[in-house]
Design a protein around this ligand. Structure first.
Ligand code: 5GP
Ligand code: MN
Length: 349
């Protein structure tokens, strides 16, 4: 039913890795999002059904709105339990690396992972993965790592072994990485997969509500404050950015994930092609940057050239070590560097 995207060789190799392992660890990227957590928990669900011992390790805490997910409470957080994580990684005979393409994305968890003698399998949808795994299954044309995990299970002939929890996990990543199927999800296969997940008993309406409609009042007001007071909008450039300081975040009792998705909102302005957010870290002298774009303007290129980052063509991120003011200056330089391109573009739709 689906276009075949995983080759016979990759499928056979993945099957061998799964069959031959006993103790697996699944790792995913820092600041784990819905796709990172969803794909990791789905793969854990599947492998446990095959009788394997599996632990999901994340570099740091995942956002609150994912806490309802089945077995989210069993995820081990490297930052909090380093020695346990070292032991788990050292003892593992298979390390599955999900939703990242370079070891720097897992922070210091990269130390035990790169030292480990275990087989490594990378399953990811970011472009140009580094060659650190024994088996690399990379499909940048997939909307999410969750879509790719579904395709892998499909190629393995294992979809009948996906239960409702696994289906929920996969839906979460597909839904969050596409903004609720509003971008990067024009492939009819995406909807064939959703149909299959619905047959597994998921309730997509309730999942959507749990993912997107669970703001605290503080988070809601912070969003309103940013949009009303902080947005710097440049109509001639079809672009905007906003900066949020530590003090402002503290005023609204900022919790991890509270700004998730806010960078997308200015793209709702008619004609807008580019949105950038700059958030000061609440502890370290670092500014976290998110870049979102429409159509042919590359968010990724801007993140790579100006913000020490990368990501997808239309959704990328990075960071600047230094003050918020310094980061804002770099942001202005980035806008200036692309001003001709930004001025000339008209948006499709
Ligand atoms: P976000 O803006 O939600 O943090 O990230 C958007 C996308 O950019 C995600 O797919 C994420 O993987 C990617 N991304 C964010 N920060 C970085 C970074 O520092 N380096 C790279 N290579 N990708 C990043
Ligand atoms: Mn992803």
């Amino acid at each position: 039913m689906l276009k075949r995207k995983i080759s016979v060789n990759e499928t056979a190799e993945a099957k061998r890795y799964f069959d031959e392992c006993r103790n697996a660890v699944i790792v995913t990227h820092s600041a784990p999002d819905g796709d990172a957590v969803g794909s990791s928990l789905a793969l854990k669900e599947y492998m446990e059904k095959k009788g394997k011992k599996v632990t999901v390790i994340v570099p740091n805490l995942y956002p609150d709105f994912l806490r309802w997910m089945h077995d989210a409470d069993k995820i081990v957080i490297f930052e909090r339990q380093k020695s346990l994580c070292y032991n788990l990684v050292n003892y593992a005979d298979l390390i599955c690396c999900l939703d990242f393409n370079t070891l720097s994305r897992i922070d210091d968890l990269a130390v035990p992972v790169s030292k480990s003698k275990a087989r490594k399998m990378l399953v990811d949808h970011h472009m140009e993965p580094d060659k650190f795994a024994n088996l690399t299954i990379s499909r940048p044309d997939c909307c999410s790592t969750c879509e790719l995990v579904f395709r892998l299970l499909d190629s393995l002939g294992e979809i009948q072994n996906v239960n409702t929890y696994g289906a929920e996990d996969l839906y979460v990543g597909m839904c969050t990485d596409t903004g609720g199927f509003t971008y990067n999800s024009n492939d009819p296969d995406v909807f064939s997969i959703i149909a299959e997940l619905l047959r597994k008993g998921i309730n997509k309406d309730i999942i959507y509500r749990r993912l997107f409609n669970t703001y605290t009042a503080d988070r809601f007001r912070l969003m309103g404050y940013i949009l009303s007071e902080k947005l710097r909008y440049f109509p001639e450039l079809h672009a905007s950015y906003f900066c949020v300081s530590r003090e402002e975040l503290q005023r609204y009792h900022f919790l991890k994930g509270d700004l998730e998705g806010v960078v997308n909102i200015p793209l709702s302005i008619r004609g807008q092609k580019l949105s950038i957010s700059l958030r000061e870290d609440t502890e370290k002298p670092v500014v976290w940057i998110s870049v979102r774009s429409y159509d042919d303007f590359s968010a990724r290129e801007m993140a790579e050239k100006f913000f020490n980052g990368g990501g997808h063509f239309n959704a990328a991120g990075g960071h600047i070590d230094g003050t918020l003011d310094a980061a804002e200056e770099i942001c202005k330089k980035a806008l200036a560097a692309y001003s001709e391109q930004l001025k000339s573009v008209t948006r499709e739709g």
